[in-house]
Design a protein around this ligand. Structure first.
Ligand code: GLU
Length: 283
């Protein structure tokens, strides 16, 4: 996985470029970034604790979402050193966009009708499926009744919602603010399974410290269409991000990001989705 960081030299260059383009204008810091033509910097919401998707490490940020966000930002007129990544936890995403804390969000953010009431989405740029992560010796498998089982997921996620609504309404559902906390609960035996997107679970399972300890159950419990979240009504940004995503697939940068980030986890991703085509939550 590649790391992205802002070097001192790049930061210095940024200061110079801001000075040089000070008259260019932007729409202010409270909008998560300047307007269409680049300029100072752009704030992008990502996850900080999801290996292979959005991960904050001592040397910078890595993951598929980080690579997609970086590509999109470039198309919007911002170099990698003009990006400020901000943590947007599952339950905070709609508010972060409404408040203008970030310009866009690339954080395993599924497009849903409910969320579309509050935010707009570009994409989709990845199709994932809800699954279970269980201990390597667990006997949970396809057909196991999950009602009564201790499951862990994250507040504000479609994964937790789906457990409540359809998957196992009578499960004992523990909800944390991030998936890394659920992984710790699985390791300690406090829960029987962690449930969320297979893309996320595969990333955790491949971590050196968990190798051989956990496995994915391999259940496709839902369709999760990842979109780039944008402030409600900002059609201009939606259109630009869609064009960027289309270009990313066409010039194979999307394939490279998949290879770089899902390769190590051996995650078998779905092919690149078509922009604007949403696979219904359950087929
Ligand atoms: N993709 C799902 C969602 O947007 C689960 C992953 C997450 O919590 O980010 O809710």
């Amino acid at each position: 996985m590649k790391l992205r960081k802002v070097s001192a030299a790049a930061a210095a260059a940024l200061v110079l470029s801001i000075t040089a383009t000070a008259c260019g204008g932007g729409d202010g810091d409270n909008e998560g970034g300047s307007g269409s033509g680049g300029g100072d910097k752009i704030k992008i919401g990502i996850k900080y604790d999801q290996p292979g998707l959005g991960l904050k490490e001592p040397g910078g940020f890595s993951g598929f979402d980080v690579d997609v966000a970086t590509y999109v930002a470039k198309e919007l007129g911002y170099n990698a050193d003009q990006i400020e990544f901000v943590e947007t936890k599952s339950a905070d995403r709609e508010n972060a966009l409404s408040r203008g804390d970030v310009k866009i969000i690339a954080a395993t953010y599924s497009i849903t009708d409910e969320r579309k009431q509050k935010v707009d989405f570009a994409g989709p740029y990845l199709l994932a499926h809800q699954d279970l992560l269980i201990k390597a010796d667990s006997d949970i498998s396809d057909g196991t009744d999950l009602n009564g089982k201790k499951l862990c997921s994250v507040a504000g996620s479609t994964s937790a919602q789906n457990v409540h609504d359809t998957i196992a309404p009578k499960a004992q559902l523990k909800q944390y603010s991030g998936y890394s906390e659920c992984i710790a609960a699985l390791q300690s035996g406090a829960v029987d399974a962690v449930t969320t997107d297979d893309s996320i679970l595969a990333g955790f399972a491949a971590q050196e410290q968990y190798k051989g300890k956990f496995k994915l159950a391999g259940l496709k419990l839902s369709n999760e269409n990842y979109g780039i979240g944008v402030k409600k009504g900002d059609t201009e940004t939606v259109n630009k991000v869609n064009a960027a995503l289309e270009k990313m697939v066409k010039d194979k940068a999307w394939d490279k990001a998949v290879q770089d980030n899902f390769g190590p986890a051996n995650y078998k991703n779905e092919p690149a989705p078509k922009i604007g085509v949403i696979v219904p939550p359950k087929q």
